[in-house]
Design a protein around this ligand. Sequence first.
Ligand code: ADP
Ligand code: UDP
Length: 239
Amino acid sequence: MAVKQQMMYEGKAKKVFLTDDPKLVIVDYKDDATAFNGEKKGQIVGKGALNNRIASIFFRLLESKGIPTHYVETLSEREMLVKKVQIVPIELVVRNIAAGSLAKRIGWEEGTILPKVVIEFYYKDDELGDPLINRSHIDVLNLATPEQIADMEEMARQINIHLKAFLADKNLLLVDFKLEFGVDADGNLLLADEISPDTCRFWDADTKEKLDKDRFRRDLGSVEQAYEEIFRRLGGVTQ
Ligand code: ADP
Ligand code: UDP
């Protein structure tokens, strides 16, 4: 059993703790919620525990499909044991349906099904507000090698296929989602960070009801209930 040691990092939604094993860290999921680059702040009661459980389900699914992830085990209500990685400072966004910033950028109505999967890269830099970047920018900033980019993109496409199929079975549409990757102590590229209603858009397939962080971003109400609904549909049991 890895023993929790000092906090290494506190982010907007999670804390990361070192352990007595240099290859492992513990991620602690918080109830804090932020949007619009930290301008909007709040708390979603029970979010940390729900996201920890939801992300655990997704990481186990992806591991079973052969996708290498940082996931080791779920330790407690809010804590997940993961492999420590050096995070590649790029957020990959995968989109199946136009929504959010893409709908604005290309002028398509939210909800329009994209004829092909769209993959975008954002520079993970809070001070710059995580700007959209392209391969030339990645190259010039030396954020990742062309091989790493190709591997991340291929993994992102596979992850999309597996998550979409899994969620379709629960009558959920996977509109879009954000992924982060990292390199572990042995040099392996792994899917890291989280997959949850904080980082994905999930819509009910029939009603198109939003069951994700857009309920917080857009003040739609019933935020906790939406996260609970996702957990329930994934097979989780809430009191
Ligand atoms: P932010 O940094 O955007 O506020 P979080 O609150 O989610 O985000 O903080 C978690 C941090 O931990 C993120 O910066 C994320 O990149 C990083 N992280 C995720 N998985 C790992 C891992 N396996 N090893 C090291 N760092 C990780
Ligand atoms: N996303 C995220 N973290 C970010 C930005 C986006 O997890 O810092 C996720 C977001 O939840 C959505 C997808 O990435 O599922 C696409 O987000 P978009 O670019 O539309 O941005 P937004 O509308 O959130 O500004």
